[in-house]
Design a protein around this ligand. Structure first.
Ligand SMILES: *Cc1c(COP(=O)(O)O)cnc(C)c1O
Length: 382
């Protein structure tokens, strides 16, 4: 088992985020917890269990593999929605277990209907509309045909949702594009209504859209990044603070990542540290090594840039990030010794390292940095 580092997820912080989200949306809107990408690196099984204990009963995942982990963890107590990939031979398991899924092409619509017929069960589907992201979804021109198909196959199809996804609601630069998407989505909804049928729910918003375009909340919001206590972009946070005339970020980071000092050594002025010549000691230095590297998801682009907390002090990562090791400058830190706690994300004494400060350094999004954190690192709920 991996002992080099531990990740903890904080139940109280998550509860606080969920309460904020629910208060913002009102209680008519269903909150679907988006847990794709190993729950944004938080650990899918551990995170979904914790979210459930905080009152979340709806989960959105990307594929069947993730759906199975949530299903094995929480079973039939929750609704599971697959937003992305379902292999043909997994459709049977999906339909049998009432797992809901996005349908974005005729092929899948037909295949799902056929499988449902065989099982004498209904496939619970969410029709995804192509509104301008140009990734997946039925073109507006085909929506009429889709409606007719659903009417014809109503014994095998449960038309649960109509949905879409926005192409970059976290940036005001995309305002026009997203507004256009909302219009097209509403048009698709009208076309379906004109056939005398309706989905049970409509949904379109991710975290950013739900904050920047409140009209996109509809019946359900697929909330990813916000529930983890992070903002989709600084713009969304600033916009929230401005409109609410608030100064304090209402969210709290759920994840912490900690390791320990593996060894301490002295390096003479003029020596290079680590591979190659990217870092030369300009004075006599004291270096601590940490048993983590890019194989654990610590990005190599943080070479000579990352920061960690040791003995309550902020310390610089020096040299390149290795496969399994980091070297940290602890020249100014007194009494550093093997076994001392190292914080990569989280708090130590009065200081705190956020995911954002960490990822801004390397121009990565919060999202990417989190999901890279290796699955082999144990997750604990506190
Ligand atoms: C990832 C994802 C979301 C959640 O996005 P956040 O920005 O993390 O809230 C919502 N909908 C779809 C289709 C997604 O892929």
């Amino acid at each position: 088992m991996h002992k080099n580092s531990t990740i903890t997820i904080n139940k109280e912080a998550h509860k606080k985020n969920i309460d904020f989200i629910k208060k913002t949306f009102g209680n008519k809107v269903i909150l679907s917890s988006v847990v794709k990408g190993n729950a944004y690196g938080h650990g899918l099984a551990e995170f979904s269990k914790m979210a459930y204990s905080n009152g979340v009963t709806h989960f959105s995942v990307f594929d069947v593999e993730e759906a199975k982990i949530v299903f094995d963890t929480l079973g039939k107590k929750v609704t599971i929605l697959i937003m992305g990939f379902v292999a043909d031979d997994d459709l049977k398991w999906v339909i049998q277990n009432n797992i809901e899924f996005f349908v974005f092409e005729r092929y899948r619509l037909a295949k799902a209907t056929k499988t449902a017929k065989k099982l004498k069960q209904k496939a619970i589907i969410h029709i995804e509309v192509e509104t301008g992201m140009n990734r997946t979804g039925f073109d507006i021109k085909t929506i009429s045909k889709v409606a007719q198909f659903i009417i014809k196959e109503k014994e095998s199809i449960y038309f649960k949702g109509l949905c879409t996804h926005y192409a970059g609601a976290e940036s005001i630069a995309n305002y026009y594009r997203v507004s256009k998407q909302i219009e097209i989505f509403n048009k698709a909804d009208q076309i379906i209504k004109s056939h005398g049928i309706e989905p049970e729910i409509r949904h379109s918003a991710c975290s950013a859209a739900s904050m920047m375009f409140p009209e996109t909340r509809m019946d359900l919001v697929r909330v990813g990044i916000l529930q983890y206590g992070l903002w989709p972009s600084p713009e969304v946070l600033v916009s929230y603070l401005n409109t609410k005339k608030k100064k304090i970020d209402p969210l709290e980071r759920v994840i912490s990542w900690k390791s320990e000092v593996m060894s301490v050594k002295r390096v003479k002025s003029g020596e290079f540290i680590g591979y190659g010549t990217s870092f030369m000691a300009r004075e006599n230095m004291k270096i601590a090594t940490i048993p983590l590297g890019y194989s654990h998801g610590y990005s190599r682009s943080l070479s000579n840039q990352g920061r960690v907390l040791i003995n309550g002090q902020r310390c610089m990562l020096i040299g390149t990030v290795n496969m399994n090791m980091l070297t940290i400058d602890v020249t100014e830190v007194e009494h550093v010794k093997k076994g001392d706690e190292v914080v990569l994300i989280g708090k130590q004494d009065a200081l705190s390292l956020s995911v954002a400060s960490f990822s801004d350094l390397s121009n990565q999004l919060n999202y990417e940095l989190l999901t890279r954190i290796s699955k082999t690192i144990p997750r604990q709920t506190i």
